[in-house]
Design a binder for this molecule. Structure first.
Ligand code: G3H
Ligand code: 13P
Ligand code: ZN
Length: 332
Protein backbone atom coordinates (compact mmCIF):
# COMPACT_ATOMS: atom_id res chain seq x y z
CA UNK A 1 0.00 0.00 0.00
CA UNK A 2 1.39 3.41 -1.02
CA UNK A 3 -0.51 6.37 0.35
CA UNK A 4 -0.74 9.43 -1.87
CA UNK A 5 0.27 11.44 1.17
CA UNK A 6 3.74 9.89 1.01
CA UNK A 7 4.00 11.12 -2.58
CA UNK A 8 3.14 14.73 -1.67
CA UNK A 9 -0.24 14.62 -3.43
CA UNK A 10 -3.53 15.93 -2.04
CA UNK A 11 -7.14 14.78 -2.36
CA UNK A 12 -9.88 17.00 -3.80
CA UNK A 13 -11.85 17.82 -0.63
CA UNK A 14 -10.36 21.15 0.41
CA UNK A 15 -9.54 22.11 -3.18
CA UNK A 16 -13.18 21.74 -4.24
CA UNK A 17 -14.57 23.51 -1.18
CA UNK A 18 -12.38 26.53 -1.98
CA UNK A 19 -13.27 26.42 -5.67
CA UNK A 20 -17.02 26.31 -5.03
CA UNK A 21 -16.77 29.15 -2.51
CA UNK A 22 -14.46 31.17 -4.76
CA UNK A 23 -16.44 30.76 -7.98
CA UNK A 24 -13.73 29.09 -10.03
CA UNK A 25 -13.02 25.56 -11.31
CA UNK A 26 -10.00 23.29 -10.97
CA UNK A 27 -8.50 22.09 -14.27
CA UNK A 28 -8.47 18.30 -14.66
CA UNK A 29 -6.00 17.56 -17.43
CA UNK A 30 -5.52 14.00 -18.72
CA UNK A 31 -1.94 12.87 -19.20
CA UNK A 32 -0.32 9.94 -20.97
CA UNK A 33 3.16 11.26 -21.75
CA UNK A 34 6.16 12.96 -20.15
CA UNK A 35 5.63 16.08 -22.26
CA UNK A 36 2.02 16.46 -21.11
CA UNK A 37 3.10 16.07 -17.49
CA UNK A 38 5.87 18.65 -17.85
CA UNK A 39 3.56 21.13 -19.58
CA UNK A 40 0.82 20.68 -16.97
CA UNK A 41 3.22 21.26 -14.07
CA UNK A 42 4.91 24.26 -15.71
CA UNK A 43 1.50 25.82 -16.42
CA UNK A 44 0.19 25.17 -12.90
CA UNK A 45 3.33 26.56 -11.24
CA UNK A 46 3.52 29.65 -13.45
CA UNK A 47 -0.12 30.51 -12.82
CA UNK A 48 -0.13 29.42 -9.14
CA UNK A 49 -3.01 27.04 -9.79
CA UNK A 50 -4.04 23.82 -8.10
CA UNK A 51 -4.33 21.05 -10.67
CA UNK A 52 -5.79 17.58 -11.14
CA UNK A 53 -3.66 15.22 -13.23
CA UNK A 54 -5.89 12.43 -14.40
CA UNK A 55 -5.20 9.02 -15.77
CA UNK A 56 -7.69 7.00 -17.80
CA UNK A 57 -7.77 3.23 -18.14
CA UNK A 58 -6.43 3.81 -21.66
CA UNK A 59 -3.55 5.87 -20.26
CA UNK A 60 -2.67 3.07 -17.85
CA UNK A 61 -2.67 0.63 -20.74
CA UNK A 62 -0.53 2.96 -22.85
CA UNK A 63 2.00 4.22 -20.34
CA UNK A 64 1.79 1.69 -17.48
CA UNK A 65 0.07 2.56 -14.17
CA UNK A 66 3.26 2.33 -12.13
CA UNK A 67 5.12 4.71 -14.41
CA UNK A 68 2.25 7.19 -14.34
CA UNK A 69 2.15 7.08 -10.54
CA UNK A 70 5.86 7.85 -10.32
CA UNK A 71 5.37 10.59 -12.90
CA UNK A 72 2.76 12.15 -10.61
CA UNK A 73 5.19 11.93 -7.70
CA UNK A 74 7.80 13.45 -10.02
CA UNK A 75 5.31 16.20 -10.85
CA UNK A 76 5.17 17.24 -7.19
CA UNK A 77 8.96 17.35 -6.93
CA UNK A 78 9.26 19.13 -10.29
CA UNK A 79 6.75 21.77 -9.14
CA UNK A 80 8.87 22.38 -6.04
CA UNK A 81 12.01 22.60 -8.16
CA UNK A 82 10.24 25.23 -10.28
CA UNK A 83 9.72 27.31 -7.16
CA UNK A 84 6.30 26.27 -5.92
CA UNK A 85 6.58 25.74 -2.16
CA UNK A 86 3.25 24.03 -1.64
CA UNK A 87 2.03 22.39 -4.86
CA UNK A 88 -1.60 21.26 -4.81
CA UNK A 89 -1.62 18.30 -7.18
CA UNK A 90 -4.24 15.54 -7.28
CA UNK A 91 -3.61 12.20 -8.99
CA UNK A 92 -7.05 11.09 -10.17
CA UNK A 93 -8.37 7.97 -11.88
CA UNK A 94 -10.59 9.07 -14.78
CA UNK A 95 -13.60 6.87 -15.64
CA UNK A 96 -12.82 3.93 -13.37
CA UNK A 97 -15.26 1.22 -14.36
CA UNK A 98 -14.81 -1.43 -11.66
CA UNK A 99 -14.28 -1.57 -7.90
CA UNK A 100 -11.08 -3.55 -8.50
CA UNK A 101 -9.56 -0.84 -10.73
CA UNK A 102 -10.42 1.87 -8.18
CA UNK A 103 -8.97 -0.22 -5.34
CA UNK A 104 -5.78 -0.82 -7.29
CA UNK A 105 -5.36 2.93 -7.81
CA UNK A 106 -6.18 3.74 -4.16
CA UNK A 107 -3.63 1.13 -3.02
CA UNK A 108 -1.02 2.60 -5.35
CA UNK A 109 -0.89 6.30 -4.61
CA UNK A 110 -3.94 7.87 -6.25
CA UNK A 111 -5.53 10.60 -4.13
CA UNK A 112 -8.87 10.60 -5.96
CA UNK A 113 -10.81 8.14 -8.08
CA UNK A 114 -13.83 8.29 -10.34
CA UNK A 115 -16.18 5.35 -10.38
CA UNK A 116 -18.24 5.75 -13.51
CA UNK A 117 -21.42 3.77 -13.04
CA UNK A 118 -23.39 6.09 -15.29
CA UNK A 119 -24.24 3.35 -17.76
CA UNK A 120 -25.64 1.09 -15.01
CA UNK A 121 -29.21 1.09 -13.76
CA UNK A 122 -29.69 3.73 -11.02
CA UNK A 123 -29.63 1.38 -8.01
CA UNK A 124 -26.57 -0.48 -9.34
CA UNK A 125 -24.74 2.81 -9.86
CA UNK A 126 -25.45 3.72 -6.22
CA UNK A 127 -24.35 0.31 -4.93
CA UNK A 128 -21.07 0.31 -6.90
CA UNK A 129 -20.29 3.93 -5.99
CA UNK A 130 -21.01 3.23 -2.30
CA UNK A 131 -18.66 0.24 -2.33
CA UNK A 132 -15.84 2.37 -3.77
CA UNK A 133 -16.57 5.23 -1.34
CA UNK A 134 -16.45 2.91 1.68
CA UNK A 135 -13.05 1.61 0.61
CA UNK A 136 -11.62 4.97 -0.51
CA UNK A 137 -12.63 6.93 2.59
CA UNK A 138 -10.66 4.58 4.85
CA UNK A 139 -7.58 6.08 3.18
CA UNK A 140 -8.88 9.65 2.84
CA UNK A 141 -9.16 9.25 -0.94
CA UNK A 142 -12.00 11.23 -2.52
CA UNK A 143 -14.52 9.75 -4.96
CA UNK A 144 -16.20 11.23 -8.04
CA UNK A 145 -19.36 9.55 -9.28
CA UNK A 146 -21.44 10.14 -12.40
CA UNK A 147 -25.16 10.45 -12.89
CA UNK A 148 -26.62 10.91 -16.36
CA UNK A 149 -25.04 9.89 -19.64
CA UNK A 150 -22.90 12.26 -21.68
CA UNK A 151 -24.25 12.95 -25.13
CA UNK A 152 -22.28 11.45 -27.98
CA UNK A 153 -22.15 12.31 -31.64
CA UNK A 154 -24.10 9.14 -32.29
CA UNK A 155 -27.18 10.76 -30.79
CA UNK A 156 -29.65 12.10 -33.28
CA UNK A 157 -30.53 15.06 -31.08
CA UNK A 158 -27.95 16.80 -28.89
CA UNK A 159 -30.60 17.98 -26.46
CA UNK A 160 -31.86 14.43 -25.89
CA UNK A 161 -33.41 15.15 -22.48
CA UNK A 162 -33.32 11.53 -21.35
CA UNK A 163 -29.49 11.64 -21.32
CA UNK A 164 -29.26 14.63 -19.03
CA UNK A 165 -28.84 14.22 -15.31
CA UNK A 166 -32.24 14.28 -13.63
CA UNK A 167 -32.14 16.95 -10.90
CA UNK A 168 -34.72 15.05 -8.88
CA UNK A 169 -32.22 12.18 -8.43
CA UNK A 170 -29.12 14.06 -7.26
CA UNK A 171 -29.89 14.38 -3.54
CA UNK A 172 -30.84 10.72 -3.18
CA UNK A 173 -27.85 9.61 -5.24
CA UNK A 174 -25.21 11.65 -3.44
CA UNK A 175 -26.62 10.94 0.02
CA UNK A 176 -26.93 7.19 -0.45
CA UNK A 177 -23.67 6.70 -2.39
CA UNK A 178 -21.61 9.03 -0.18
CA UNK A 179 -19.68 10.38 -3.19
CA UNK A 180 -17.56 13.51 -2.75
CA UNK A 181 -18.32 15.04 -6.14
CA UNK A 182 -20.76 14.38 -8.94
CA UNK A 183 -20.20 14.44 -12.70
CA UNK A 184 -23.35 15.53 -14.47
CA UNK A 185 -24.61 15.54 -18.01
CA UNK A 186 -25.80 18.90 -19.34
CA UNK A 187 -24.79 18.62 -22.99
CA UNK A 188 -21.01 18.21 -22.98
CA UNK A 189 -19.48 15.15 -24.62
CA UNK A 190 -16.10 13.50 -25.10
CA UNK A 191 -13.71 13.87 -28.03
CA UNK A 192 -13.09 16.36 -30.84
CA UNK A 193 -16.46 15.75 -32.50
CA UNK A 194 -18.92 16.67 -29.80
CA UNK A 195 -21.81 17.44 -32.10
CA UNK A 196 -22.78 16.43 -35.60
CA UNK A 197 -23.23 19.23 -38.15
CA UNK A 198 -26.98 18.52 -37.97
CA UNK A 199 -26.99 19.35 -34.26
CA UNK A 200 -25.31 22.72 -34.89
CA UNK A 201 -25.98 25.92 -36.75
CA UNK A 202 -23.33 27.51 -38.97
CA UNK A 203 -21.72 30.90 -38.50
CA UNK A 204 -22.53 32.61 -41.83
CA UNK A 205 -19.24 34.57 -41.74
CA UNK A 206 -16.75 31.79 -40.98
CA UNK A 207 -18.72 28.74 -42.05
CA UNK A 208 -17.75 27.16 -38.71
CA UNK A 209 -20.19 25.07 -36.71
CA UNK A 210 -21.90 26.68 -33.71
CA UNK A 211 -22.90 24.03 -31.16
CA UNK A 212 -26.15 23.98 -29.20
CA UNK A 213 -25.89 25.62 -25.73
CA UNK A 214 -25.33 23.66 -22.53
CA UNK A 215 -28.39 23.05 -20.35
CA UNK A 216 -27.68 25.67 -17.68
CA UNK A 217 -31.24 25.34 -16.40
CA UNK A 218 -30.46 21.76 -15.34
CA UNK A 219 -27.15 22.82 -13.74
CA UNK A 220 -28.92 25.54 -11.74
CA UNK A 221 -31.65 23.15 -10.63
CA UNK A 222 -28.98 20.69 -9.43
CA UNK A 223 -27.15 23.47 -7.56
CA UNK A 224 -30.40 24.46 -5.86
CA UNK A 225 -30.98 20.91 -4.66
CA UNK A 226 -27.35 20.27 -3.61
CA UNK A 227 -26.12 23.64 -2.35
CA UNK A 228 -22.32 23.84 -2.29
CA UNK A 229 -21.84 20.27 -3.50
CA UNK A 230 -18.93 19.87 -5.95
CA UNK A 231 -20.10 19.32 -9.52
CA UNK A 232 -17.88 18.02 -12.34
CA UNK A 233 -18.08 18.54 -16.09
CA UNK A 234 -16.56 15.94 -18.40
CA UNK A 235 -16.14 16.39 -22.13
CA UNK A 236 -15.25 20.05 -21.78
CA UNK A 237 -12.65 20.62 -24.46
CA UNK A 238 -13.33 23.62 -26.65
CA UNK A 239 -11.65 22.16 -29.74
CA UNK A 240 -9.87 25.43 -30.63
CA UNK A 241 -10.49 26.15 -34.29
CA UNK A 242 -7.00 27.60 -34.82
CA UNK A 243 -5.50 24.24 -33.81
CA UNK A 244 -7.95 22.36 -36.02
CA UNK A 245 -7.08 24.70 -38.91
CA UNK A 246 -3.34 24.17 -38.32
CA UNK A 247 -3.81 20.41 -38.34
CA UNK A 248 -5.88 20.55 -41.52
CA UNK A 249 -3.43 22.94 -43.20
CA UNK A 250 -0.56 20.55 -42.59
CA UNK A 251 -1.93 17.31 -43.91
CA UNK A 252 -4.47 16.47 -41.22
CA UNK A 253 -8.11 15.68 -41.72
CA UNK A 254 -10.43 16.83 -38.96
CA UNK A 255 -13.50 18.10 -40.77
CA UNK A 256 -16.16 19.78 -38.64
CA UNK A 257 -14.45 19.11 -35.30
CA UNK A 258 -16.33 21.15 -32.71
CA UNK A 259 -16.22 21.64 -28.94
CA UNK A 260 -17.80 23.55 -26.07
CA UNK A 261 -17.54 27.35 -26.43
CA UNK A 262 -15.24 28.82 -23.80
CA UNK A 263 -17.70 31.47 -22.67
CA UNK A 264 -20.05 28.70 -21.53
CA UNK A 265 -17.25 26.99 -19.57
CA UNK A 266 -16.36 30.37 -18.05
CA UNK A 267 -19.94 30.71 -16.87
CA UNK A 268 -20.02 27.14 -15.53
CA UNK A 269 -16.76 27.71 -13.60
CA UNK A 270 -18.45 30.44 -11.58
CA UNK A 271 -21.12 27.99 -10.40
CA UNK A 272 -20.85 24.82 -8.29
CA UNK A 273 -18.93 23.28 -11.19
CA UNK A 274 -15.50 22.96 -9.58
CA UNK A 275 -13.73 20.43 -11.85
CA UNK A 276 -13.57 20.71 -15.63
CA UNK A 277 -12.10 17.83 -17.64
CA UNK A 278 -9.92 18.61 -20.64
CA UNK A 279 -8.13 16.00 -22.73
CA UNK A 280 -8.92 16.52 -26.42
CA UNK A 281 -7.59 20.11 -26.47
CA UNK A 282 -4.20 18.81 -25.32
CA UNK A 283 -4.23 16.18 -28.08
CA UNK A 284 -5.05 18.86 -30.64
CA UNK A 285 -2.35 21.23 -29.37
CA UNK A 286 0.25 18.48 -29.53
CA UNK A 287 -0.79 17.23 -32.96
CA UNK A 288 -1.00 20.72 -34.47
CA UNK A 289 2.54 21.59 -33.33
CA UNK A 290 3.99 18.29 -34.55
CA UNK A 291 2.27 18.41 -37.95
CA UNK A 292 3.41 22.01 -38.49
CA UNK A 293 6.95 21.12 -37.44
CA UNK A 294 7.23 18.19 -39.85
CA UNK A 295 5.76 20.21 -42.70
CA UNK A 296 8.30 22.98 -42.16
CA UNK A 297 11.28 20.77 -41.26
CA UNK A 298 10.85 17.44 -43.04
CA UNK A 299 14.47 16.50 -42.33
CA UNK A 300 14.05 16.47 -38.54
CA UNK A 301 14.02 13.07 -36.92
CA UNK A 302 15.14 13.68 -33.33
CA UNK A 303 11.92 13.45 -31.24
CA UNK A 304 13.14 16.33 -29.07
CA UNK A 305 12.98 18.61 -32.11
CA UNK A 306 9.25 18.15 -32.55
CA UNK A 307 8.20 17.29 -28.99
CA UNK A 308 9.60 20.56 -27.67
CA UNK A 309 7.22 22.76 -29.71
CA UNK A 310 4.44 20.27 -28.92
CA UNK A 311 5.11 20.72 -25.20
CA UNK A 312 5.23 24.51 -25.58
CA UNK A 313 1.92 24.54 -27.41
CA UNK A 314 0.24 22.39 -24.76
CA UNK A 315 1.62 24.60 -22.00
CA UNK A 316 0.20 27.69 -23.74
CA UNK A 317 -3.19 25.99 -23.95
CA UNK A 318 -3.12 24.90 -20.27
CA UNK A 319 -2.22 28.44 -19.14
CA UNK A 320 -5.00 29.86 -21.29
CA UNK A 321 -7.57 27.51 -19.72
CA UNK A 322 -6.41 28.25 -16.19
CA UNK A 323 -6.30 32.03 -16.53
CA UNK A 324 -8.90 32.87 -19.16
CA UNK A 325 -11.54 30.17 -18.67
CA UNK A 326 -11.49 28.41 -15.28
CA UNK A 327 -10.08 31.20 -13.13
CA UNK A 328 -7.98 28.89 -10.93
CA UNK A 329 -4.85 31.07 -11.13
CA UNK A 330 -3.35 32.74 -8.04
CA UNK A 331 -4.98 30.29 -5.65
CA UNK A 332 -1.85 28.71 -4.08
O1 G3H B 1 -12.85 10.61 -21.03
C1 G3H B 1 -11.99 10.17 -21.76
C2 G3H B 1 -10.64 10.76 -21.74
O2 G3H B 1 -10.50 11.71 -22.76
C3 G3H B 1 -9.60 9.70 -21.80
O3 G3H B 1 -9.54 9.16 -23.06
O4 G3H B 1 -9.67 6.71 -22.66
O5 G3H B 1 -8.67 7.64 -24.77
O6 G3H B 1 -7.46 7.84 -22.60
P1 G3H B 1 -8.80 7.74 -23.29
P1 13P C 1 -12.66 16.07 -23.75
O1 13P C 1 -12.66 14.96 -24.73
O2 13P C 1 -13.71 17.08 -24.08
O3 13P C 1 -11.32 16.68 -23.58
O4 13P C 1 -13.09 15.45 -22.32
C1 13P C 1 -12.17 14.80 -21.51
C2 13P C 1 -12.80 14.10 -20.37
O5 13P C 1 -13.95 14.28 -20.03
C3 13P C 1 -11.95 13.16 -19.61
O6 13P C 1 -12.68 12.47 -18.65
ZN1 ZN D 1 -14.70 12.05 -19.14
Amino acid sequence: MTSYKELGLVNTREMFAKAVAGGYAIPAFNFNTLEQMQAIVQAAVETKSPVIMQVSKGARNYANGTILRYMAQGAVEYAKELGCENPQIVLHLDHGDTFELCKDCIDNGFSSVMIDGSSLPYEENIALTKKVVEYAHQFDVTVEAELGVLAGVEDEVASEVSHYTKPEEVVDFSTRSGCDSLAISIGTSHGAYKFTPEQCTRDPKTGKLVPPPLAFDILHEIEKRLPGFPIVLHGSSSVPQDEVDTINAHGGKLPDAVGIPEEQLREASKSAVCKINIDSDSRLAMTAAIRKHFDEKPGDFDPRQYLKPARENMKKMYIHKIVEVLGSNDKL
